[in-house]
Design a protein around this ligand. Structure first.
Ligand code: PMP
Length: 391
């Protein structure tokens, strides 16, 4: 075997020994598994109005956008989606990217000027971390949800442009960032606030407009919101929303916008229909709140260590990476898909199951799935502590 491949094999063996092997698990379209692992919080990925709109645009426009947005890839469907997203999020403008990852990379790079300081939460998603890196700006990583640390980092860089970078609902533990306080501190120091609202959009806030709107920050001139279209909206793609001059700057300079093939029009049309549904379905959001509370009650009653969900993400502590893998596999064998998060995908050495709620899953299936999670819990998982913001 060539040397470089042998090196990769050795690394894979080390990961396997530590119980950290990652595996692809393909599924069929009609598997009977109860989904507590995907991010289709409102069940819109398969909603007939969503798939119907996508199918109509697929027939009209074909499979792909055939070019980047500035060349041939912009359609009226993209424009309509961007107008709808800006209206929903209460911002002057919104710009769609082909993924949330690229939206974060593009937004961060475009926000950075010479001497900019980025202040990034320790639990931030990989796309924000990579965005900070790619921007080339000096980055201070502050302890999770620690407003005083953010304040200290900003105070230590007087007169420098700065951006505070955070998720709203954190993707691994499901807790909520102190957005209003972060904004206050940022504003006091003349800094901007970038919030990745990926896990809150469609799930929290008035008309599901997300955590930034819920925190009263909609349309603030010093706030930029990013999100993915792949969670509550059931599709794929990303969005950056904020003041019009910033969005214009992104159109003209954002590398992950300019040099990337546009989102397929069919996807934009499906997501557009999902936005319309998401805005009106308070009933689905109420169901998610209820399911979150039930999950916490049931699992804690069984002695499991469970985070307090701010939206649709519930994290359950596993005794270690192998135990987490076995736990998730046992659930899978009993017909329940759960997320399994182990280092380095976790912000600390703790392995977890991640349960994501889906209002489209029938209630009885969901309750049955909780029983399976409890029944499959490994030795050592039932130490009865809580984790999360209020632990
Ligand atoms: N930000 C957060 C917080 C996420 O959880 C994700 C999705 N895993 C992304 C960004 C990336 O979005 P996308 O999957 O659309 O690239």
């Amino acid at each position: 075997m060539a040397d470089w491949l042998a090196t990769l094999e050795r690394r894979a063996e080390l990961r396997a020994k530590a119980g950290l092997t990652r595996r692809l698990r393909p599924r069929s379209a009609d598997d009977a598994v109860i989904d507590l692992a995907g991010n289709d919080y409102l069940g819109l990925a398969t909603h007939p109005e969503v798939t119907g709109a996508a199918t109509a645009a697929l027939r009209a426009y074909g499979l792909g956008a055939t070019g980047s947005r500035l060349v041939r890839g912009s359609t009226y469907v993209h424009q309509d989606l961007e107008d709808a997203l800006a209206d929903w999020l209460g911002t002057e403008r919104a710009l769609v990217f082909s993924s949330g990852y690229l939206a974060n990379l593009g937004a961060l790079r475009a926000l950075v000027q010479p001497r900019t300081l980025l202040v990034s939460d320790a639990h931030n998603h990989a796309s924000l971390i990579d965005g900070c890196r790619i921007s080339g700006a000096e980055t201070v990583v502050t302890p999770h949800a620690d407003v005083a640390a953010v304040q200290a980092a900003l105070a230590a860089a007087p007169g420098r442009p700065a951006v505070v970078v955070t998720e709203s609902v954190f993707s691994v533990d499901g807790d909520l960032a102190p957005l209003a306080r972060l904004h206050e501190v940022a504003r006091r120091h003349g800094a901007l606030l970038l919030v990745d609202d990926a896990h809150a959009l469609g799930v929290t806030g008035p008309a599901g407009a997300g955590a930034v709107v819920a925190a009263g920050l909609a349309g603030a001139p010093d706030v930029v919101v990013t999100a993915t279209l792949s969670k509550s909206l059931g599709g794929v793609g990303g969005v950056v929303a904020g003041p019009a001059p910033f969005v214009r700057h992104l159109v003209e300079t954002g590398r992950t916008f300019i040099f990337d093939t546009a989102l397929p029009p069919a996807m934009a049309a499906g997501v557009r229909a999902a936005v319309e549904l998401a805005r009106t379905r308070d009933d689905l959001r109420a169901e998610l709140v209820d399911r979150g509370a039930l999950t916490v009650r049931r699992l804690r009653a069984a002695g499991l260590t469970v985070s307090t969900p701010a939206a649709g993400v519930v994290s359950v502590t596993a005794p270690g990476p192998e135990a987490a893998t076995t736990w998730a596999e046992d659930c899978g064998e009993r017909g329940v898909a759960v997320g399994c998060f182990r280092p380095p995908s976790t912000p600390d050495p703790r392995s977890r199951l991640r349960l994501t709620l889906n209002a489209g899953v029938p209630r009885s299936d969901f309750e049955q799935a909780l029983d399976v999670v409890v029944a499959c819990a490994p030795e050592g998982a039932r130490d009865g502590q809580r984790v999360g913001v209020d632990a």
